[in-house]
Design a binder for this molecule. Sequence first.
Ligand code: PLP
Length: 391
Amino acid sequence: MTQRVYLDWNATGRLRPEARQALQDALALAGNPSSVHAEGRAARRLIEGAREQVAALVAARPADVFFTSGGTEANILALSPAIETLTEKRPRGPLLISAIEHSSVRSGGRFSRQAVTEIAVDGEGRVDLAALAEAVSGTTRPLVSLMLANNETGVVQPVAQAAAIVHAAGGLLHVDAVQAAGRIPCEIGLLGADLITLSAHKIGGPKGVGALIRLSEDIHLADPLVRGGGQERGTRAGTENVAGIAGFGAAAAAASREHAEEATHMLALRNLIEDGLRAVAPQTVIFGAGAERLPNTTLFSLEGMKAETAVIAFDLEGVALSSGAACSSGKVQPSHVLAAMGVSPLLLRGAVRVSLGWETTEADVAQFLRAWRKVSTALSKRSKEQRGMAA
Ligand code: PLP
């Protein structure tokens, strides 16, 4: 049987051993973290320990971490006209987002459709800072949401520069760091972010848990999405996902400890992949190659390739990867990210994403490249036949 190789870590990663252990230990506990008895206090300790570990990953204070059911919920919790600061309690708006945000940000959260404006990106997939400056200039209390790294291309956004522009206009900046965390540094203060979103399953934690983290207590999330009990200091009602949060904390601690070494390892492998892609098919296009990118992501295409067919062909060779964003895979829909970058329809159809993780090895890369040789040979044979037929 062919050995399976998993190269779809931007969709989700494997649980880190530390996270699995923390999950298992927490599942053995009976207590509700809101209860005052010893069992309840033990569950509370797990949550507060995890809050410290998650806060440390972005150099925030534990008291500024609010656990949610994932990155999607954290993004939507952040995107509300009702975010207050010490000095500004009137409703915020408009919401400005880049044209390449995740669908949860593109949904606009609690803003009306008319209150959401998209900011263009350049051909490498970086947000256009001049367009951002122009968009904020006509506003008084904008909320801007910008991802730190794109899930499809891995392109890192100029967030600190954007923050300076947004703050000069009296705005607040929310940063979706779901793909960046554990791969590049994400200190909230250095980024200039007022709010930052994390998701556990992208850093080796369990699925279904995430966090919205604020820069300081001066920011008040006055419009909870889930109302009821007073959990998460009134910001997110409902008995906490104790095991999920404990697993998230353990994954965050491991990511804080290991990310520099893992990034160097992944970058070396990604370079092997990109050299190998071009060695086999020199016309291969790697999107965002001229920009700073995450060390683990390659989005590539070849004219004539159909991403859905290529993904199936790779799967038959034992290699799991994806066409564009995982959330839209299954539906044959052109990537809004590549469309925003002005990529031609012929290349857009063939975009395939390889994303690496802490567990990826050189042998995995070798198997991927063997599969690529077969996929691209079949492709060029087919296009020669088509040319023959047309002649
Ligand atoms: N933001 C980005 C950039 C993502 O890539 C994803 C998931 O793919 C999310 C947010 C949503 O996170 P979650 O899957 O935890 O809801």
